[in-house]
Design a protein around this ligand. Structure first.
Ligand code: HEC
Length: 147
């Protein structure tokens, strides 16, 4: 290797490390270990349909107010997102949907992710409402193609 390339290589490697760590952190399930088997076994009782997607959309932007943090387009960049650490999930990112079962996603929406601003919505939303929101949220990744 020519010595002149060395600084470039250092920059590339140091940029790659934090991105990889963030990716690993995101991939890890938010369901506590002792609830994981139970959460993974959960499956949606709802058929896939445009009506359910519409219902999920109304809840996402209405009663659930999910858009405040996750953004109207599901990009994780809602009006209050900048103040939050960790950041709200970006639903447009395909990797997220690949690394979770729908049961784990349901469990976190219902019970929350401990230590984050993602509180559980079990008191406000019925199970069916949560499943319909998941059907809507999944569309954010489909619309934006593989990332
Ligand atoms: C006050 C801000 C806020 C609101 C409102 C909010 N979320 Fe979140 N959400 C977060 C944050 C922050 C995370 C990331 C938590 C983490 O990294 O563990 C998150 C993570 C998630 C995840 C990913 C869980 C996982 O397994 O990684 C899902 C799904 C989710 N939210 C759905 C919803 C839905 C559905 C609503 C509305 C009913 C909602 N959120 C409302 C802040 C919010």
């Amino acid at each position: 290797m020519k010595l002149s390339m060395f600084p470039l290589l250092v920059v590339v490697v140091s940029l790659a490390i934090p991105a990889g760590a963030a990716e690993r952190q995101m991939m890890q399930s938010r369901v506590p270990a002792d609830k994981l088997a139970e959460a993974r076994a959960l499956t949606s009782p709802l058929p896939s349909s445009p009506e359910i997607v519409e219902q999920g959309k109304a809840l996402y932007n209405g009663k659930g107010a999910c858009f405040n943090c996750h953004g109207k387009d599901g990009d994780g960049n809602g009006p209050v997102a900048a103040q939050l650490n960790p950041s709200p999930r970006n639903f447009q990112y395909h990797g997220f949907w690949i690394h979770r079962t729908e049961g784990e996603i349901f469990w976190v929406i219902k019970n929350g992710s401990v230590g984050t601003s993602m509180v559980g919505f079990g008191g406000q939303l019925t199970d069916e409402e949560i499943w319909s929101i998941i059907q809507y949220e999944r569309g954010f990744a489909d619309e934006h193609g593989p990332a």
